[in-house]
Design a protein around this ligand. Structure first.
Ligand code: HEM
Length: 529
């Protein structure tokens, strides 16, 4: 915190002349703006921002209405908080608002915004999004990669089984599973066994730190004139982490190039890196792609696809462990849909309507990327209560696609989360498997702490630990507790095997297109002045 205040004081001294000049700018004075809190000269509302931004913005919405402004240093920030305004921004005027104003940490983490997430709305962004959807996230690609997800989920179950009775750290377990799936999608079996585990662990440490830094208030973002001084050292720190990820990418890319040269024969479907390197070598003017872009996309997928999903799984389990009735209903549904004699397969998950409602309700109360604070009593009945039923009985259509402007866990419009189809599959599959294979309880005398810390992801402040005991299963009338958890076994008692079952909608698009009772839908746009 000291560092933060030192930075504010430095900002004061260094910006004074420049800010006076800016505030005398007639364009700024005459621009029609919505109401909002006044804040201090030069610093604006910055000194009043607390740790719980979401609740603070929600309180301001109650005072200033559906659209208000605040100055954060030199940045004008406009907050909107009604479904009709959200629609106007993410749908009707999408082409204007879909651009990004990436902060310094984000630019440092993505080779200068060369990725998909923090790229400006330009042809490079469109190309990368198109390639990613086509090669990784189309229905066909997702069905083709089912075996890979199955293998990683079974490894996770097997790991938990081996340590049954000991507390499981949900965040760690889910991150490990997600990162293994993602590494396999990106570069196939280039990293295997212990090496793959070691790299996965390195990614977990580094991604967590980068995500923290992306959400850290950095004075240089609010006073761009200070950017070159990097007073809080945020840029330097991010660059250090990027370097360690870069080493891994360079190594994997070199090995993949070797394979492409034909020194090592590869069979089967091409992985994503292979496709990208081939495109790069072809120098296709329709799909130009540079090495920096390839690494930047990896950053998006490794960063954007792991922490978000792991956090979501942790919140789902936290909600279920605090709501025994909901847990009972989930278990009952799993035994009806999957059966006690079977293993969960991905084709079961579309039939798990109650579990899906639990996931949706968790993402409403604890949106991993909080674009909204969904505690508006005019939209949600008893907004702070955990009630999965609100997503059943005719409300199933309130889906993740961003078409309901009061429910946007994956965003909306042309920048809607590109990883949504994969995220949805993995979340449902891993959750169903963990809940079907084990009964979970909290360690003795512990309760679930539901407090949240907002970085760029809404994390659980205290990691969730829970103790598994294997569910007893029968196969052909014989109790086979444990046998099903051996990931190395080929046993597939679930029927259906690796096909992936139900066809899903292609929701990805391709580039076109804690319990307080307060809040509203919040979208924040930072407008440089
Ligand atoms: C629980 C899991 C996830 C959540 C809650 C989530 C949420 C989000 C949100 C809210 C956005 C911003 C949308 C907007 O600006 O309107 C986003 C963008 C993005 N997500 Fe996800 N995401 C998840 C998983 C994933 C996965 C698994 C991947 C990759 C495999 C991924 C890759 C991306 C990318 C690349 C973008 C940038 C899209 C663009 O700007 O065009 N996400 N995500």
């Amino acid at each position: 915190m000291d560092q933060y205040y030192t930075a504010i004081v430095s900002a004061l001294v260094m910006c004074i002349i420049w800010c006076i000049k800016t505030s005398l700018n007639p364009a700024r004075r005459t621009r029609p703006l919505p109401p909002g809190p006044r804040g201090l000269p030069i610093l604006g509302y910055l000194p009043f921002l607390g740790n719980n931004l979401l609740h603070q913005f929600a309180d301001l919405a109650q005072r200033y209405g559906p659209i208000y402004k605040l100055y954060l240093g030199n940045k004008l920030c406009v907050v909107i908080n009604s479904p009709s305004l959200v629609k106007e921004v993410v749908r009707d005027q999408d082409s204007i608002f879909a651009d990004r104003d990436a902060n310094i940490a984000a630019l440092a983490a993505t080779y200068g915004g060369k990725d998909i997430s923090f790229s400006s709305l330009n042809s490079e962004w469109r190309t990368m999004r198109k390639i990613f959807v086509r090669e990784v996230l189309s229905n066909k690609s997702l069905q083709g990669s089912y075996n890979l997800r199955k293998e990683e989920v079974r490894k996770a179950i097997s790991r938990v089984y081996k340590d049954a009775g000991k507390p499981v750290h949900f965040g760690e377990l889910s991150f490990r599973t997600e990162i293994n799936v993602i590494m396999n999608l990106l570069w196939g079996g280039i990293l295997e066994g212990e090496e793959c585990e070691r790299v996965g662990e390195e990614f977990r440490e580094v991604v967590t730190k980068i995500v923290d830094l992306l959400g850290k208030p950095n004075i240089a973002d609010f006073f761009p004139v200070l950017a070159r001084f990097d007073i809080q050292g945020v840029k330097k720190e991010v660059e250090g982490y990027v370097k360690s990820m870069d080493r891994i990418y360079d190594d994997v890319i070199a090995r993949c190039r070797k394979m492409l040269c034909g020194e090592i024969k590869r069979e089967g479907k091409k992985d994503f890196l292979q496709v990208l390197l081939e495109l790069q070598e072809k120098e296709d003017p329709e799909m130009p792609i540079s090495l920096r872009q390839i690494k930047a996309i990896f950053m998006d997928v490794v960063g954007g696809g792991t922490d978000t999903s792991a956090t979501t799984i942790e919140w789902v389990m936290a909600n279920l462990l605090s709501n025994p009735k909901a847990m009972e209903k989930v278990q009952k549904e799993l035994s009806e849909v999957v059966g006690l004699n079977n293993i969960v397969e991905e084709f079961h998950t579309p039939k798990l309507k109650y579990l899906e409602a639990v996931l949706k309700e968790t993402m409403r109360l604890h949106p991993p990327v909080p674009l909204l604070v969904p505690r508006d009593p005019s939209i949600w009945e008893c907004p702070s209560e955990f009630k999965p039923e609100r997503f059943l009985d005719g409300n199933e259509k309130c889906d993740f696609s961003g078409n309901n402007f009061h429910y946007l866990p994956f965003g909306s419009g042309r920048r809607v989360c590109v990883g949504l189809p994969l995220a949805e599959k993995m979340l449902m599959y891993l959750l169903a498997s963990l809940l079907h294979s084990f009964e979970w309880k909290l360690p003795d005398r512990e309760t679930v702490d539901m407090s949240a810390t907002f970085v760029i992801v809404l994390r659980k402040t205290t990691p969730l630990l829970a103790i598994p005991s294997p569910s007893v299963m029968k196969f052909d009338g014989v109790v086979i507790e444990g046998a099903l958890f051996d990931a190395t076994s080929d046993m597939d008692v679930g029927g259906g095997g690796g096909g992936g079952g139900a066809a899903d909608e292609d929701t990805a698009g391709d580039g076109d297109g804690d319990g307080d009772d307060d809040g509203a839908i919040i979208c924040v746009f930072l407008i440089p002045t």
